[in-house]
Design a protein around this ligand. Structure first.
Ligand code: PRP
Ligand code: MG
Length: 212
């Protein structure tokens, strides 16, 4: 019998809650993060621990069948991948922020400005829809430091508690999107695994109902 292959975040903000929801679904997983792959003892499921940003490509290639991933990452890198279920945790925003002392009027203030971000597609699409053209600098982490070191005039990144913005003397000026963890599905999932997905989704739905 085939197993359904699920990708979850290897480390970071989604990892724990992703494992927890599987656990709440009655799925026990042997071992965890130290191995990049693990199996369930009581459900035909294999877990792959992957880097967030790589997950959309794994889904697209059909190397994994499903994934628990932030909607924000799917919007940035996997617009073509479908969502089976919103999971209600890891809620965040993807926002534009500027140094606190800067006077901000509206989104046209970003015209010609340098924006540091790990979400280039999201920013460009957002600004383009407003007729604004900026200079995008792609950075993979610690984006909020960019204005302080003179690398950029503004940043675009995830905002959760807001404490990273606060500590770096930045203020949120535009919320481009809101996001939460979702269950995403590979376009290449086969019929046998589709049935396993339905079983899993049934369990997830009861867990989510019980959490309300
Ligand atoms: C993430 C994100 C923001 C911060 C938002 O960074 O890139 O910087 O968390 O959370 P907050 O609003 O609760 O402060 P993370 O700490 O994961 O590190 P990274 O940017 O280096 O990947
Ligand atoms: Mg960060």
């Amino acid at each position: 019998m085939k197993k359904i292959r699920i990708a979850i975040q290897k480390s970071g903000r989604l990892n724990e809650d992703s494992l927890q929801i599987l656990k709440d679904c009655g799925i026990s997983i042997d071992n965890g993060k130290d191995q990049l792959k693990a199996c369930s003892r009581n459900f035909p499921l294999e877990v792959f621990y992957l880097r967030n940003g790589d997950i959309p490509q794994y889904l697209r290639d059909g190397v994994v069948d499903i994934a628990i991933i932030g909607e924000n990452v799917l919007i940035e890198k996997g617009g073509d991948i479908s969502i089976a279920e919103k999971l209600g945790f890891s809620k965040c925003k993807v926002s534009l922020a500027v140094p606190k002392p800067v006077k901000y009027k509206d989104v046209t203030d970003f015209e010609g400005k340098r924006i540091a971000t790990s979400y280039p597609n999201t920013v460009v699409n957002y600004l383009e829809s407003k007729g604004v053209k900026s200079d995008i600098h792609i950075i993979n982490g610690s984006v909020e430091i960019a204005p302080n070191i003179g690398l950029a005039d503004a940043i675009c990144d995830i905002v959760s508690s807001g404490s990273t913005l606060f500590k770096n003397n930045l203020k949120e000026v535009e919320v481009m999107l809101t996001s939460e963890a979702v269950l995403a599905v590979s376009p290449l999932i086969d019929t046998e695994r589709q049935l396993l997905l339905e079983k899993l989704q049934f369990r997830i739905q009861s867990v989510l109902r019980a959490r309300q």
